[in-house]
Design a protein around this ligand. Structure first.
Ligand code: GLN
Length: 448
């Protein structure tokens, strides 16, 4: 049924880069067979899932939507997908993204843009736009994405979905193609909070293959969802409601959602996080710096694209990178290399790390007063395709409200909370303290 749905709508939406129909039919029939024998099935048996194409799947092309990896077939499986297949989930295909997950609209993909299923003239958000569009258009039940600065929550907001970015280290990054290693985290797109809780339970947990993956037990999120939220304190970050740059329709939907939570017994508290406004500037030093180091591996030698007809060794690398990477990726590498160079590293990279600590302290102070924080997820609803393609700074502003949670490593979730007058979804963001996914899932579940 889902494969038919993909045939029907994906020519218009273009959520998928590759559809693994044969494997899906084979895996599904095996599950049917086990079921008919009365075998006890694992928790996700038969659930059709799509995976962002920067998460390695053994034997299946993983391109990062880049010419650089157009022909790359990973010889190993990522930890998250290994866990999904063990739990019985079925892979339907790999989804489109901004090249190397750098972007907010899925327009920097080397293989064509993805459209927003709610209105095909709009972007689905990014960088996990394909994963979001696939769930929103009912081409799969759930999908995985990655979130470095908002790439799950922002497209979830634009596509009317639940989008969860877990705590940094909650989920293994083994097999996720690295963009900015201190910020990257894998998470999910689903229609409901209960589904997000179920998926997190499957993909979370320690992994010796990822040294930053936390060695802590994974709670049963599902059983926590029902617990009462009466008496919980919800902090509204006042800097995130600054009318300057915030669509009034978004502000009003999120304020309405806050009042609803109040009517469910929560206490609303106004919180100030003055360093928040430096989030974007800080992120656009740290993320490109880490990216410039991570992307050094694509040298045209070991694997990935190699330029043809090149005469000497030195130009193999420069030509392969010039031809294999798109302009946004090249821009990030240039910014990062500059920010890390001798003479500038203290002024830019070190300074950014110091501000990162200050942002983290704002959160610490906030969580001394409240249980969860509430903000809009994005200052606007989904913008028109092409609207910001020539204006990177405008594109970067889309992540104004999502970036701070990545800089501090905190869990955060997007929950749909209404529509604008053109019928486009609006999302709100709940941010929790370190490893407190349960809390944000619980509040989100009661709101839903
Ligand atoms: N839009 C942000 C960027 O371009 C975040 C991307 C992400 O979270 N992968 O870097």
């Amino acid at each position: 049924q889902y494969l038919e749905r993909i045939q029907e709508v994906d020519p218009k939406v273009h959520a998928f880069l590759e559809i693994t129909a044969e494997r899906a039919r084979f895996d599904a029939s095996r599950i049917d067979e086990l079921r008919s024998k009365g075998v006890l099935l694992p928790p996700l048996a038969g659930i059709p899932i799509a995976i962002k194409d920067n998460i390695c799947t053994k034997g299946i092309r993983t391109t990062c939507s880049s010419r650089m990896l157009e022909a790359f077939i990973p010889p190993y499986e990522s930890t998250v997908t290994e866990k999904l297949w063990k739990a019985g989930a079925i892979l339907l295909g790999k989804t489109n993204l901004d090249e190397f997950a750098m972007g907010s609209s899925t327009e920097t993909s080397a293989f064509g843009a993805t459209a927003n299923p709610w209105n095909l003239t709009r972007v689905p958000g990014g960088s996990s736009g394909g994963s979001a569009a696939a769930v929103a258009s009912e081409e799969c039940v759930a999908s995985l994405g990655s979130d470095t600065g908002g790439s799950i929550r922002q497209p979830a907001a634009f596509c009317g979905l639940v989008g969860l970015k877990p705590t940094y280290g909650r989920v293994s990054r083994w097999g996720l193609v690295a963009f900015a290693s201190s910020l990257d985290q894998i998470g999910s797109f689903t229609h409901t909070v209960a589904d997000a809780a179920e998926l997190l339970h499957v993909i979370a947990g320690e992994d010796y293959k990822d040294a930053t993956c936390l060695k802590v037990s994974v709670p049963n999120y599902q059983s926590i969802l029902q617990k009462s939220i009466s008496g919980l304190r919800i902090g509204l970050i006042k800097e995130c409601f600054d009318p300057n740059g915030l669509d009034p329709q978004v502000a009003s939907a999120v304020n309405k959602a806050a009042s609803h939570l109040e009517s469910l017994g929560c206490e609303l508290v106004e919180i100030s996080c003055p360093q928040f406004n430096y989030g974007i500037a800080t992120y656009y030093i740290i993320a490109p710096s880490e990216a410039s180091a991570n992307l050094a591996r694509y040298d045209g030698m070991k694997y990935g694209y190699r330029a043809e007809g090149v005469e000497n060794l030195a130009t193999i690398t420069s030509q392969s990178r010039a031809q294999g990477f798109g302009s946004e990726v090249q821009r990030r590498i240039l910014i990062g290399t500059y920010a890390l160079s001798a003479g500038y590293v203290d002024a830019y990279y070190k300074k950014a790390q110091q501000v990162r600590t200050l942002i983290r302290r704002d959160f610490d102070a906030a969580f001394a007063k409240v249980d969860v924080l509430l903000t809009p997820t994005v200052p606007s609803t989904a913008f028109l395709a092409g609207a910001h393609t020539d204006d990177p700074l405008q594109m970067y502003l889309s992540d104004l409200l999502t970036i701070p949670a990545n800089l501090a490593g905190l869990p955060a979730i997007n929950i749909p909370c209404g529509f604008d007058d053109t019928g486009l979804p609006i999302g709100m963001q709940l941010i929790g303290n370190v490893l407190e996914e349960s809390r944000i899932l619980q509040v989100a579940h009661h709101y839903e």
